[in-house]
Write a protein that binds this ligand. Sequence first.
Ligand SMILES: [Zn+2]
Length: 428
Amino acid sequence: MRHLILCTFGILLSLPLWAQSNSPVILIKAGHVLDVKTGQMLNDREILVQGDRIRSMGAAGSNRDFKGTVIDLSRATVLPGLIDCHTHLFLHPGILEEQATKETATYRTLIAGVNARKTLEAGFTALRDLGNEGADFGDVSVRDAINNGFIPGPRLQVATRAIAMTGSHDDIKGYNFELHLPGFSMIADGPDEVRKAVRTQIKYGADIIKVYATGGIMTPGDEPEYSEFTEQEIRVAVEEAAHQGRKVAAHAMGPQGIKNAVRAGVASIEHGDLIDDEAIRMMAAKHVYLVPTLTAGDEILKSPNLPDFALRKMRRVADIQKTGLLKAVKAGVPIALGTDAGDFPHGQNAREFALMVDVGMTPLQALQAGTINAAELLGWSDRMGALEPGKFADIIAFEGDPLRDVHVLEHVHFVMKGGVVVKNDWAR
Ligand SMILES: [Zn+2]
């Protein structure tokens, strides 16, 4: 018996890689593969996909006599699936308050499913969806429907309701006291309520906790530099989330709120528009990610139909944000790509790359922000962010060289998620 097992094992090892398992195998012939870690462009590569994983990557001809499905991407450039660390699948461009008060959670969940598919087809195979803005726990349902194979979409980490203080940027303000409107976030005040909110959100399926540390742009009655949750309140959120293996993302624009959140131990600062030198030093020292969401700002400034308060606030912070971001990059603050999709149409997430380059990041830095860095922020470096054996076969392809022109990422023609082809314009 032992002899038989050893013999079988020996025969198995002598077989080529593609023949060593019963799961379906696909051979991708790639014209160019960009190694996102080094910036090196590798020509004529073969990527062997087995089941949902990458099995090997080698030079052309390394899988001789291959018998299985071959996908010819020999005229294309291939990258790992892109990752957006700040989306809102439950929002669409327009006035936030109207969506939360006039659209049912069911309607919004259905639309979020469509948005998930659009984002995947644009080459984004994983998202951190940072707050459904009042749609119950619909994002948990969208995530589960994707994971169970009912609808196509990226791999999701969801924040459910997010948590904010009474009167926060993410609370509905400006109405008669007698009116009890649904609101965007779960409102909590003081450490005990914050603790309960974190536990409740995790109970109902949150993968990540989002807190509001400052005011913001898209709701009336607050300013980006206003501090909201105290350091103590955020610290409780971080502790409680960590007990159950979750990270905390902080919406933070003003410098005081950014520092409160960094001292409290959050994993990422979202937006960071008014970041100052001290906050930059603190973030670099603690390896806290900055997720700039430049596309949202770009869109707001181009949207004549948004309320005056949003335009006024965005105009005031836009240039300051760009200067701060470049300083942060130079100081070694880790940057992860996030867009705030929902403030602009879903599926246009790749606009963020060119905006990062406009600010002064190199194309490779921008690409790393949307792949390996984003994977690290999600805690998923073991399964995505680079094309390596053992990682998910999340693979995209497009024409052109993104190191010369990152706009090419806005036209992705091929998307594979977990070894399944989601889109292939060239096969039509
Ligand atoms: Zn957002």
